[in-house]
Ligand binder design. Structure first.
Ligand code: ADP
Length: 505
């Protein structure tokens, strides 16, 4: 129901106004005001939604009424309906908040209710937009979303409390001196964009030094012909923290996967290597068995052959003696072969305590053991002292060096007196090499590796007796000490065998 105060001294005019209003509004209640007292009572009772007043009144004028009403009820629509008011009055009245000004002429009567309707609708719009704004503000506060507006100079015009709280400031004035958000930069950035709108996630430092991650949404708007920057800001520190933690967790997991994969690959490699070793060991074993049976067969065959001859044939004593001697020599070589094989097997398997060994004393011991051979062959052995200390095993070192010196004396051309030189040197990569150099027959390049395998012999037993196991023992022994062995040689130019120790003191 619409309640309207109609203020006019002229009864006919009042009737006119009332008729027009009733024609337009079905639900309307009109109160006629005839003097100051009635007006005062109506204002106090406040049972009206709009006022239609004449300008010329006996007891006051329309302007005063307008001011009085607007003072008490600023939103209440007031329409002035007059036949006498001048243009200045109209301007003055509009300034004071008059909603419309309608002239009292026959043709304009009809305008009055329309003006009132427009004024009422405007009021309703205003009310609902105010309500909307209140609700929006409340909502933003509840959602903890900060709002702000800045002008084209980058100065803040308004904000809500959430915004101030988020930025850690008490009032906007504080931001004019120290703009945490750097709004001027955003302003000029947005001005350059075809669509002046941006969503950003940034980390801010509050005046107290604390850091906060915020989601910032900014837009350039135009309000009453003025460009303004409107922004929404939300604290996303907690989400960012979760994100950062998740990233860290991911990279830890990735690292673990990489490590685990590497571990598995390493295990696989070890398994492969072990398999390879097993395959090789099997192959070694096969060749080994084959060689053992082959090499043992020849002395046994000789024993068997000469034995059969002695058994079946009547030979003169000289011949018998010769054959018996061949049998003894063959059985000796079979024994030697078996002894050497046992030695090779022992060196491959036995427990080896490693300690610091003085090479000088090892070499001295070897030369003592070989003394009679050296004398027999009229060999000269030169030891270039001092020899260093190495990590090794005394018994194995005796065995290795003894085999090498023995070979150095043995594999010499007939009529040549063996000359052996034993010395040590430090290699470029800080290892120690013990050299055993001879003036012997030398070894062709393509045999220099093969001679270290079991039963490889380059000469017949008649030329140079042996079992073909000596150098295999040397290599196996060196392996057990973590050392390497090799040879440098040329046929007819002598040989230089070396043992390289990785650990030295
Ligand atoms: P063996 O001495 O019983 O024949 P080795 O294993 O000690 O067996 O040596 C294998 C082969 O290597 C020898 O038969 C020989 O042909 C060659 N060899 C070893 N040492 C020397 C050396 N110092 N000079 C020349 N040839 C050598």
């Amino acid at each position: 129901m619409l309640h309207v105060l109609v203020i006019d001294d002229n009864k006919a005019d009042r009737a006119l106004v009332i008729r027009e209003l009733k024609r337009e509004f079905a639900q309307i209640e009109i109160q006629e005001i005839l003097d100051e007292k009635e007006l005062a009572a109506a204002l106090t009772a406040k049972q009206f939604n709009a006022v239609v007043t004449d300008y010329d009144l006996r007891w006051t004028n329309g302007l005063n009424i307008l001011r009085t009403v607007k003072q008490l009820y600023p939103y209440c629509p007031v329409i002035m309906f007059t036949g006498t008011g001048s243009e200045e009055i109209a301007v003055e009245a509009m300034k004071s908040g008059l909603d419309d000004y309608v002239l009292k002429s026959q043709s304009k009567y009809i305008k009055l209710p329309i003006s009132l309707r427009i004024a009422i609708e405007r009021l309703e719009n205003r009310r609902s937009s105010e309500l909307l704004e209140i609700r929006l503000r409340r909502l933003l506060n509840q959602l903890q979303i900060g709002t702000f507006r800045a002008n084209s100079n980058g100065n803040y015009i308004e904000s809500n409390t959430v915004f101030l709280k988020l930025l850690g400031i008490d009032n906007l004035a504080q931001l004019q001196t120290r703009d945490v958000l750097n709004i001027r930069e955003y302003y000029s950035m947005l001005e350059k964009l075809p669509e002046p709108q941006q969503e950003l996630e940034i980390e801010l430092q509050r005046p107290d030094g604390t850091l906060v991650w915020v989601a910032l949404s900014i837009t350039l708007n135009e309000i009453d012909g003025q460009k303004v920057l409107d922004g929404l800001i939300e604290d996303i520190t907690a989400r960012k923290q979760v994100e950062i933690e998740r990233q860290q967790l991911n990279s830890i997991l990735e690292q673990r996967v990489i490590e685990r994969t590497a571990e598995l690959e390493a295990t696989n490699r070890t398994l492969d290597e072990t398999n390879q070793k097993l395959v090789m060991a099997n192959q070694d074993l096969e060749t080994f068995t084959y060689s053992v049976s082959h090499d043992l067969r020849s002395p046994l065959r000789a024993i068997q052959g000469f034995g059969t001859i002695l058994q079946n044939q009547q030979l003169e004593p000289e011949r018998q003696k010769k054959y018996l001697q061949r049998i003894i020599i063959s059985s000796q070589s079979a024994f030697r072969l078996i002894d050497d094989l046992l030695e090779y097997s022992r060196i491959s398997r036995s427990e080896l305590p490693l300690r610091l060994i003085d090479l000088s004393s090892v070499v001295a011991e070897v030369l003592m053991q070989l003394e009679s051979t050296i004398q027999q062959r009229q060999a000269t052995v030169q030891v270039e002292e001092p020899l260093p200390q190495v990590i090794g095993n005394y018994t194995i070192l005796i065995q290795i060096i003894s085999n090498l010196v023995n070979n150095a004396i043995k594999f010499v051309a007939p009529q040549v007196k063996p000359v052996v030189r034993i010395y040590a040197e430090r290699t470029f990569n800080n290892k120690i090499r013990l050299w055993i150099e001879d003036n012997g027959i030398g070894i062709a390049q393509n045999y220099q590796e093969r001679i270290f395998t079991v039963f490889t012999r380059l000469h017949s037993n008649d030329e140079y007796p042996g079992t073909g196991i000596g150098l295999a023992i040397v290599r196996k022994g060196a392996e057990r000490l973590g050392a390497l062995v090799g040879v440098e040689s040329q046929p007819g130019q002598g040989s230089r065998f070396w043992i390289e120790f990785s650990a030295e003191c």
